[in-house]
Structures are given as C-alpha cells and as structure tokens.
Design a protein around this ligand. Structure first.
Ligand SMILES: NC(=O)c1ccc[n+]([C@@H]2O[C@H](COP(=O)([O-])OP(=O)(O)OC[C@H]3O[C@@H](n4cnc5c(N)ncnc54)[C@H](OP(=O)(O)O)[C@@H]3O)[C@@H](O)[C@H]2O)c1
Length: 299
C-alpha cells in the first residue's frame, strides 16, 4: 500500500542521496535536482529535473504530484561559493525556500527544511535548538532567513539542522572532510587540516534515518542532529586515516589562519542532541561506528 508521496529536493547531494536510498517501505519519493540524474532510479524513486528557484517549475511539479511531505535539502551548500556570489546564494537559498514554502502551503504538504550549524557563531557551544542564531557567514545568514520563511509559513514545519556530515558523495558532487581525507591519502597526497574547528560530525545515512523519524513522528520546530564524538578537523582526519587503514603521517595540523581566503567559519558548533534522543528515540552514533558503517558501504 502506498503511504506517502514525498518530494526530496537536492536528491543527488550527500544527504539527498542518503534519503533516496533509504525510503521508508510503502512510501514513494520524487527526487529533484537541476542536473541529469538518469541511471539512478529504483522502484521507490523517481527523479525529476527541476530548479527550485524557478517558481513556475515548482508549481508544475506540485500540479503533477500530490505531495504529502517535502524534504527541502537543495541549495548552494558551499560557504565560500555563497560568499563569492551573494546574489546566486540568495537566489538558491532564500528564493528556493520562499517558492517551496508558499507552494507547499497551498497544497497542504508538510515541510522538513534542512538548515545548518552555520547559523551559530561558534562561541557558545554546545548548542541547543533554543540557542540564539548569530551566523558569521553570508551562507549562515541566508539559511537563518530560510528557516524563518518556513517556520512562519506553517506551524507544522520541521527545521532540521545537521552538523558537519560525512559519507560517500556521488561522483561530481561536493565532497566532505572524511571522503576528501580518504581520497587524498589513497593518492599518497599530503593534506592540511585545521585544529581549531570543532564539531560532533554526523554520518549522512544516520542523518537520513533521523529525518525519516522526524517525518514519521511529525515533530514540528527545530531539531539538531549530530554524532556522539566531538573533535576537531585534524583529529577527524586522523581518525579517518585509522579507520580506513591509511597513513596518518600525511596529515599536517594547521590552524585556520593558514587559510586566510576562506569565508569565516564558527570555531565550535558542537550540538546538544537531547531533543534527538527524546523526540526521535535515537542515540547519536560514535565516530568509530559511523566510519565503520561508511567503510562497509563503499561501492
Ligand atoms: N554537508 C554538510 O556537512 C551539511 C552540514 C549542515 C547542513 N547541511 C545542509 O544540508 C542540505 C544538504 O546538503 P548536502 O551537503 O547534501 O548538499 P550537496 O551535497 O551540496 O548537494 C546539493 C544538492 O542540491 C541540488 N541543487 C542545488 N541547487 C539546486 C536548485 N536550485 N534546484 C534543485 N536542486 C538543486 C544539487 O544538485 P544539482 O547541482 O544537480 O542541482 C544537489 O543534489 C543543505 O541544505 C545544506 O545546507 C549540509
């Protein structure tokens, strides 16, 4: 029996892919990206080419499918790309949110918006959902605006904030510190990692599992998702090298001043995950467990 018809935007991204590969039994997902995604189809899944910044295109999509739920994970995810091109950043993040919020409301679809830890300054960790948002980067500011668009549009809306995610990206999609470390070390390349940016990183598939619980339990409001292990980016790279049996000596420890041209990053956005545990009944995954699952999941 078909339960829900779900729109997943950003379906080929790190999170979107994890969502589309773990669709709850009986539900149907329509995945949306701007790119060509043929060859990536199974029976629970259908891909459409739709740019979420194009209101007419989003309207046509909603006219074609009766969505019960919208998981909005599409948009520019690179902090530096948004800083370089603020107009494109606003279009991608805020215009996309406005289109999806208004059209979802018109059609009665419940929204789960995927936000970010970049809404915080990094000075007051660990962060609960109630902590004040004080973004350092334009990316964080635009994500905060998008959160407000959704929360003001429908009080059933959920805003999920994943912290730094790791997992296998699709070829051609944005990488992440763990996948990057593995590829560099496998190529015997030295890499520099900062020792002053702290998080409790989240395995992308565990993030997807938690989002399906948010949907199933219809948890409104803001929800933080993170792993159990707090560490800095250098330590993350070393743990990755060990988990994948690669050479940690190729990883050099630097601080953020080594990368002066990068957009400002919050230093410590470690999340509290009490709400995830209480409302979703899920325990955060340790880094070792997440890396083990990732290694077993390599295709
Ligand atoms: N990765 C992290 O560590 C992290 C941490 C915190 C929060 N987040 C948030 O989590 C969400 C998902 O992140 P991610 O890392 O999975 O993203 P990602 O890997 O960068 O992928 C972005 C996805 O969005 C699609 N997309 C981009 N612009 C689009 C548009 N205008 N219309 C339709 N599709 C579009 C891309 O495909 P095309 O290019 O083919 O369109 C791709 O499928 C984002 O909202 C991000 O802010 C991510």
């Amino acid at each position: 029996m078909l339960n829900k018809t779900i729109l997943v935007t950003g379906a080929t991204g790190l999170l979107g892919r994890a969502l589309t590969e773990s669709v709850p039994a009986g539900d149907r997902v329509i995945g949306v990206t701007r790119g060509v995604t043929s060859g990536y189809i199974d029976s629970a899944l259908q891909f459409m080419q739709t740019d979420v910044t194009n209101q007419d295109a989003v309207n046509r999509l909603f006219d074609k499918f009766q969505f019960d739920v919208v998981i909005h994970a599409a948009g520019e995810g690179s902090v530096d790309a948004v800083e370089r091109d603020p107009i494109l950043g606003r279009l991608s993040i805020v215009q996309g949110a406005e289109n999806l919020a208004s059209i979802s409301r018109k059609h009665g679809a419940r929204v789960i918006y995927i936000s970010t830890n970049a809404v915080f300054s990094g000075d007051e960790a660990p962060y609960s959902e109630a902590a004040e948002m004080r973004p350092l980067s334009l990316y964080g500011q635009l994500k905060r605006e998008a959160e407000i668009v959704f929360l003001e549009s429908d009080d059933r809306c959920s805003v999920v904030r994943p912290i730094l995610m790791y997992g296998w990206p699709l070829h051609g999609q944005r990488t992440n510190p763990v996948a990057f470390t593995v590829s560099q070390l496998r190529a015997n390349q030295e890499l520099k990692m900062v020792n002053d940016v702290w998080e409790n990183p989240l395995y992308n598939i565990h993030c997807a599992e938690a989002i399906w619980q948010v949907m199933k339990k219809e948890v409104p409001g803001v929800m933080h998702l993170a792993g159990q292990t707090r560490l800095n980016r250098y330590e993350l790279a070393v743990a990755t090298a060990k988990a994948f049996r690669l050479d940690p000596d190729l990883i050099k420890e630097v601080d953020s001043s080594f990368f002066p041209t990068l957009a400002p990053r919050p230093r410590d956005t470690t999340f509290r995950v009490d709400r995830m545990i209480e409302r979703l009944g899920m325990q955060p995954l340790s880094l070792n467990e997440g890396l083990k699952r990732m290694a077993a999941n390599e295709s």
